[in-house]
Write a protein that binds this ligand. Sequence first.
Ligand code: OAD
Length: 246
Amino acid sequence: MSFAISNELRARLERGGPILALTGAGVSAESGLATFRGPGGMWEGRDPMELATPQAFAADPETVWRFYDWRRKQAAEAAPNPAHVAFAALEQGRDSFRLVTQNVDGLHERAGNRDVLRLHGSLWRLRCLGDCEEHDNLELDLGPLPPRCACGALLRPAVVWFGEPLDPAVLHRAEQFAEEADLVIVAGTSALVYPAAALPEIARLAGAYVVEVNPETTPLSERADVHIAGSAGAVLPRLVEVAGIA
Ligand code: OAD
């Protein structure tokens, strides 16, 4: 696949300023994980209001858990792809690289990123509806669903559901990264879900150059400085190369 790299993008990749990456489900598509929207997406034939809201969980925790248990198993079977590997190389090669993701699958971490700001939480963390601490859990057999905490209360996946606010500290950090960024790489997101979708705009207003990597156009495409219409797995390794990171 061939695509042009503008002089401005090349200059910003080379000059070592703060780079912010904002990723979405499309970055994991080449690992075999379905995106949410569009044909074949996870929300096709499924109602997010019945699977990804606190109300749905209160009404039917078993059904909600079956969905998340399935997603944990799918994510565990998937492997990081060249886009994930490229983001890990950027983190290792640049002190001022920041990764903010909407993904909950853990593939960025498995590719080697140590500092992932997870806007929407993680499939691999569980939250007790009682008073116990939220904790990591990588087990693929959670036993009978819905799983319960040692204290007896229900456990839920520590992900952000529709109608729930993002962790204010996490959002604040993401907004700070956006304000400080010299270059923003937005990859694999439909740019429809807020507040994540506002980050590129915050960055642009603060002077950053915004590049979107997505085979399709999105509401961001015409506001970004450049839209590279390619897959993240093909484009990101090339950007890493231009940044001079081996
Ligand atoms: P979406 O499913 O909305 O969008 C995925 C985007 O990835 C689309 O624009 C695709 O064109 C693009 N895409 C597909 N394959 C790609 C590839 N190989 N390389 C690059 N891009 C590709 O997923 P998100 O934008 O992540 O929230 O969705 C945002 C949020 O909505 C999710 O975090 C989730 C969902 O409902 C919650 O669950 C709170």
